[in-house]
Design a protein around this ligand. Structure first.
Ligand SMILES: NC(=O)c1ccc[n+]([C@@H]2O[C@H](COP(=O)([O-])OP(=O)(O)OC[C@H]3O[C@@H](n4cnc5c(N)ncnc54)[C@H](O)[C@@H]3O)[C@@H](O)[C@H]2O)c1
Length: 277
């Protein structure tokens, strides 16, 4: 018997899809049949410079032209799906509500939410962690996911079907050296995931977390080379994963094949959490 994943008729909202994992998730969901909206602080056509205040990675991405939000939407449309690029800061509840309303207007509703937007550029041991970046990381990684989930929740409940996927990290399950704020937010996302799984269970909504290890995105490339090398060495596969490894897991979790799976924190990590020597 062939096993098929068919998301046609579903509408997905992916946050933080200007590059990296979010972009790969959006494309994979579209290839599986879904219409897709991408919400990000960075759009190619946005010349306001707003994104520069979001930190070093956003500035570097803009300076180096690594912003593909609208290009990804064009790719999705070329697949024959409907798609939408939205400028949205997930920390701002008003912008999130406006983005969800725009998706409802243009694409009908939100059936699938992928809380992928995240900050990866705050690396310092505890004494040198920046209080401002600590607050930013909590706001983007945790409050942003809460904002988006709350904004789509009642619609999913009313329709009796929904999928929420939160992007955690092995930094949240194992800890991350020099990543106090980041690992704290990623651990917190697993708590949010399990709570939404419990609360959504009677309404046909599943909520799961992906726990990526080291994935070769642009953000990984911006990281500390020695640290990256150490993380690859402790990965059982001895190589970084590809964005598609994460995207494939998300497509599965968003399909009806995964309708009895909820509250899971799924490692997509090449075995980095396994004891290796
Ligand atoms: N790459 C990895 O190895 C890895 C490992 C574990 C977890 N993750 C998680 O996966 C997700 C994506 O990682 P990535 O490597 O693609 O990183 P990335 O920095 O390339 O992507 C993050 C995206 O989020 C967007 N964003 C940042 N702040 C935002 C805000 N306030 N509102 C809306 N969008 C915002 C950025 O513009 C960018 O498009 C993140 O949540 C990250 O923590 C990545």
């Amino acid at each position: 018997m062939a096993v098929e994943i068919d998301l046609s008729g579903r509408v997905a909202l992916v946050t933080g899809g200007s590059r990296g994992l979010g972009r790969a998730d959006a494309l994979a969901l579209a290839r599986a049949g879904a219409d897709v909206a991408i919400a990000d602080i960075q759009l190619e056509s946005d010349e306001s410079g707003d994104a520069d205040r979001y930190g070093a990675l956003a500035q570097a991405a803009r300076a180096q032209g690594i912003v593909y939000t609208e290009a990804t939407v064009d790719e999705i449309r070329a697949l024959g799906r409907h798609a939408l690029a939205l400028k949205c800061d997930v920390t701002d509840r008003g912008q999130v509500d406006a983005a969800v309303a725009a998706v409802a207007d243009e694409l009908g509703r939100v059936d699938i939410l992928v809380n992928n937007a995240g900050t990866l550029d705050h690396v310092a041991q505890l004494g040198d962690q920046s209080p401002e970046l600590w607050e930013r990381d909590l706001r983007v990684n945790l409050t942003g996911a809460f904002n988006c989930a709350q904004a789509v929740w009642e619609g999913m409940r009313a329709r009796g079907w929904g999928r929420v996927v939160n992007m955690a990290s092995v930094a949240g399950t194992l800890g991350g050296f020099g990543q106090a704020s980041y690992s704290t937010t990623k651990a917190g996302l697993i708590g949010l995931t399990r709570t939404l799984a419990l609360e959504g269970g009677r309404s046909g909504i599943t909520c799961n977390a992906i726990v990526p290890g080291i994935i070769g995105t642009e953000a990984f490339g911006f990281g500390n080379a020695a640290m990256n090398e150490r993380m690859i060495r402790r990965t059982a596969f001895r190589r970084p994963g590809q964005p598609e490894d994460v995207a494939n897991a998300i497509v599965f979790l968003c399909s009806d094949l995964a309708s009895y799976i909820t509250g899971v924190a799924l490692n997509v990590s090449g075995g980095i959490e396994l004891f290796t020597f």
